[in-house]
Design a protein around this ligand. Structure first.
Ligand code: PDD
Length: 281
């Protein structure tokens, strides 16, 4: 696999980053995941805009390479022959060769830029979409700026493992009685034909797939309600689902051992998945 590191395309085995990099020492970096279907990048502009915002919220200087990111994405997709899969991009504050809580001088510190691809053949036809996800609910103990897509992913990662150990697929995070989002996706329920998802704030990531799916839902005359919902409400809902760049629209069929609706993927989730994939391809 060819990867991109700080201006250079090279084999993954030759790619290196400083051990003092602040993303390595302090999770001081941000990332984006853009999916690839049929060799085409999905929602690239949205991911780029969110990346710019993440950098700005953390006072990480926007590197000059920012303007070439589309070209770099395309080049990696091409040289690695990615039909279906994703491009992972990470930008960090870099380092001045030491460990310090204070940020290094942005004038003399270059952000670190890393991109690589992951091939996922048949991504759009995942058997998981037919089965749906079983999820557990866990406390959301992440920091308060989940709108910034940082590489601080330890708790979401632990949540995913808690789910797996419980024989489930993923976890929904709950704060003050309300679902915030999934470990790596946005969360939705459907009740009486209405699509309900938490409103945007600093408490959740502003999903690029979320924005697209809500737009498509409204275009298809579906009703969307952006508001808080509880785990109990989700268990009593007709349907539930999640969205993300890597899962698109993925039905949820069980929450904390209780079936949602009849325990199979619901018609609204299925329809939205179809629309999303049709519009993206
Ligand atoms: N995760 N919420 C969280 C906490 C996420 O990590 C993600 C994405 C989303 C969905 O955002 P989008 O639709 O822009 O992908 C919501 C990516 C896919 C990941 O970490 O791999």
């Amino acid at each position: 696999r060819t990867v991109y590191v700080n201006g250079t395309y090279l084999p993954e085995t030759e790619a290196t980053v400083s051990i003092f990099d602040r993303a390595f020492l302090m999770a001081d970096g941000v990332y984006e995941v853009t999916s690839v279907l049929g060799g085409k990048l999905i929602d690239f502009e949205g991911h780029l805009a969110r990346l710019e915002r993440s950098l700005s919220e953390l006072d990480i200087r926007k590197p000059a390479v920012f303007d070439d990111l589309l070209e770099i994405h395309r080049e990696l997709v091409k040289v690695n022959g990615i039909e279906d899969g994703l491009v992972y991009l990470q930008m960090t504050r870099g380092s001045d060769g030491d460990r310090d809580f204070a940020f290094p001088d942005p004038e003399t510190t270059e952000p670190t830029v890393v991109l690589f691809t992951q091939s996922k053949p048949g991504l759009a036809n995942s058997p998981q979409a037919e089965k749906g996800l079983k999820i557990i609910s866990i406390d959301d103990i992440r920091w308060g700026r989940r709108d910034i897509k940082t590489v601080q992913l330890l708790y979401p990662s632990m949540g995913k493992m808690m789910a797996k150990r419980a024989g489930c697929d993923d976890a929904w995070l709950v704060e003050d009685g309300h679902v915030t989002e999934g470990t790596s996706n946005n969360a939705y329920i459907v009740k009486g034909g209405k699509i309900i998802t938490r409103q945007l704030s600093n408490d959740i990531l502003h999903g690029i797939t979320r924005a697209a799916v809500l737009r498509f839902a409204k275009e298809a005359q579906m009703t969307v309600e952006e508001r808080f919902f509880t785990v109990d409400e989700a268990k009593q809902a007709d349907e539930a689902f999640v969205t993300s760049a890597s899962a698109f629209v993925m039905p949820v069929v069980e929450i904390d051992g209780q079936s949602v609706g009849d325990g199979t993927p619901g018609p609204v989730a299925k329809r939205l998945r179809e629309i999303y994939l049709e519009e993206s391809l």
